[in-house]
Design a protein around this ligand. Structure first.
Ligand SMILES: [Ca+2]
Ligand SMILES: [Ca+2]
Length: 231
């Protein structure tokens, strides 16, 4: 069973990155099983594919966070991409969630090495569901997520350019984070696209990623195209 779980993790987290984990990373998600930050609680700092392991399955009603976290009704980040998912982000924010008593898995978006390090996360499903390809370096192909990406997140202050061809060819557009969160000390820059319509590329068309703004189409930067409207 242990071997099976490890194998599953390796399949889920395909990466293109270099780095070391810093001790000062401030990302967290504290989930409470009561409203207004009461009751049993657990502080998450890592990907958690099954909240029953920490006795928090279908129980979170309120939360405090730093960073961007994705929360899923299904376990394992919804590999079938059919259940609801919630997006939580901020720096030192606390609120009662509308995703009450439903969440069964959580994972963050952004760099594992530092909260506001430059990073991208690509997802197989809309709403950040399913398998993931993530990184902080150029990727000439996306491995298992080749022609499969349906949502994405960019964090930090660098631009990333997404291409419809392998090895940085085809149509492209570049994305900057457009939302800045801070508590006066810690800063976090991020943006997200729930589906490829928001991004302006066909679904399942992204095939490579490069650091920097290498396209004439620019999203999220002053002077670039406006970010999609948010609920
Ligand atoms: Ca659930
Ligand atoms: Ca897809």
């Amino acid at each position: 069973m242990r071997t099976m779980k490890l194998w599953y993790c390796l399949v889920l987290f395909i990466t293109s990155e270099k780095g070391v984990v810093r001790g000062d990373d401030s990302r967290y998600l504290t989930g409470y099983d009561g409203l207004n930050f009461t009751g049993a609680h657990y502080q998450f700092t890592e990907y958690t594919p099954d909240l029953s392991v920490v006795q928090m399955d279908n129980s979170i009603e309120s939360l405090c966070i730093t960073g961007q976290w994705h929360a899923y009704d299904a376990v394992n980040y919804d590999p079938n991409m059919t259940q609801a998912a919630c997006l939580w982000r901020g720096v030192g924010f606390c609120w009662n969630t509308s995703c009450t008593n439903a969440i069964s898995s959580v994972r963050y978006a952004g760099s594992p090495y530092g909260l506001n390090d430059d990073y991208y996360n690509l997802y197989e499903g809309t709403y950040f569901r399913g398998k993931e390809f993530r990184g902080n370096t150029n990727a000439g192909n996306l491995g298992e997520l080749d022609k499969a990406v349906s949502s994405l997140v960019v964090t930090g202050q660098a631009a990333w350019t997404f291409f419809t061809g392998v090895d940085f060819t085809g149509s492209s557009l570049c994305v900057y984070a457009d939302k800045h969160f801070t508590d006066g000390v810690i800063s976090f820059d991020t943006t997200y696209f729930l589906n490829m319509d928001e991004l302006g590329l066909p679904d399942n068309s992204i095939r490579s990623v490069a650091r920097g703004c290498l396209s004439e189409r620019v999203l999220g930067h002053p002077g670039g195209e406006p970010a999609p409207s948010r609920r």
